[in-house]
Design a protein around this ligand. Structure first.
Ligand code: FMN
Length: 361
């Protein structure tokens, strides 16, 4: 029904308007007494086979929603009710900011891809805290990034201010140094800049949450060369990080079937969806090869179906995330992926998904 009826109607709206409209409908629908619980019971797969223990948390299933959909942490419970095993909110920045001028989100339907240059539009980490502090049923990771107006010399302080605010309420914190839409942000991926940033965020999290160690991960771009991926992996291990999220969107435009003029018209921004599937899997394999099971790997980029999610788990991902496929496939995608992966696990002869992590190498 989503693909045949709802999606064509949403295509009549600009992509960002369609996003806000559908997200608002979902929040409204799940706010009706009884509906959120009923949806959760119907759509959230949580079974002996699907459950994954990682980062000190019990994930009902390994299918998460990637950062950028719920930037301000306003609807993670509604999204959890659709069957996501966890939701990563953000990117939240130290200061509120409007993001880039519109239009800044574009569909490439022929590739089932998106190009975005949102630019971390969000109300800031201080605003989100109030909502993150509420009791919840969904596992919520908090993705933090740099405020655009903050000069690079103050970048660490900006991340630290967000880490201090959200640390006590985040199930994990992800340091985003990989979005292409904040000038200079991706330069923070070089180890000499990344090291002091991660050390400072780690210390901030230690101070804010004395009773619990807040898991810390770093999110990287698919555009890093292999040697840089190795360097980030080594650094993450050395600093005692919990994991790596790979990957963000790409600034590349390779492998597209869409009309080149249409692609050029979109302008600058990060490309997501199937065109980054191959590179995202490659990056995951590289990470796994280097880190073994010393890091929790969350794989994201171009995953559309259960076979692809399963391939990531076999390649070493403990958890996976989707964003673009959720836009194209609609609200039943998380359940479809979660049940499909359980089936593939069983077919491969594993009792639990957890047992299959990294077995394909
Ligand atoms: C519209 C849009 C906004 C995004 N915003 C963020 C963001 O704020 N922070 C972030 O770390 N990643 C952001 N991403 C990247 C996604 O989290 C994900 O890493 C990427 O889209 C690849 O996954 P996919 O192919 O399943 O979409 C965004 C992606 C899209 C399409």
């Amino acid at each position: 029904m989503y693909r045949a009826l709802i999606r064509p109607l949403l295509y009549l709206l600009p992509a960002e308007v369609a996003h806000h409209f559908t997200f608002a409908c979902l929040r409204w629908f799940t706010a009706i007494p009884g509906v959120g619980g009923w949806l959760r019971r119907s759509l959230l797969l949580s079974s002996e086979q699907s459950r994954v223990r990682a980062l000190g948390l019990d994930f009902p299933n390994p299918i998460g929603l990637a950062a950028g959909f719920d930037k301000d942490a306003i609807g993670y419970e509604a999204l959890g009710a659709l069957g996501f095993g966890f939701v990563e909110v953000g990117t939240l920045t130290g200061e509120p900011q409007p993001g880039n001028p519109k239009p800044r989100l574009f569909r490439l339907p022929r590739d089932r891809a998106l190009i975005n240059r949102m630019g971390f539009n969000n109300r800031g980490s201080a605003d989100a805290v109030e909502r993150l502090a509420r009791p919840r049923r969904t596992i919520v990771g908090v993705n933090i990034g740099k405020t655009k107006a903050v000069p690079e010399s103050d970048a660490i302080a900006d991340y630290v201010s967000s880490a201090k605010r959200v640390g006590a309420y985040a199930d994990y914190v992800a340091v985003n140094v990989s979005s292409p839409n904040t000038p200079g942000l991706r330069d923070l991926q070089t180890t000499e800049k990344l090291r002091p940033l991660l050390v400072a965020v780690r210390e901030a999290l230690r101070e804010t949450s004395l009773t619990r160690r807040v898991p810390l991960l770093v999110k990287i771009a698919p555009d890093l060369v292999d040697e840089d991926i190795d360097a980030v992996t080594d650094l993450a291990i050395e600093l005692g990080l919990d994991g790596v999220i790979a990957t963000n969107t790409t600034i590349g435009r390779d492998g597209l079937d869409s009309d080149p003029a249409q692609v050029a018209n979109c302008g600058a921004g990060g490309l997501s969806g199937p065109p980054i599937e191959r590179r995202s899997l490659e990056v995951l394999k590289r990470l796994r090869q280097r880190a073994g099971d010393r890091l929790v790997l969350i794989s994201v980029g171009g995953i559309e179906n259960a076979e692809q999610a399963w391939a990531r788990i076999q390649a070493g991902a403990t958890l996976v995330q989707v964003y673009t496929a959720f836009v194209y496939e609609g609200p039943l995608l998380p359940k479809r992926l979660a049940t499909g992966v359980v089936e593939l696990t069983r077919e491969a002869g594993f009792a639990r998904e957890q047992d299959a992590i990294g077995t394909g190498n």
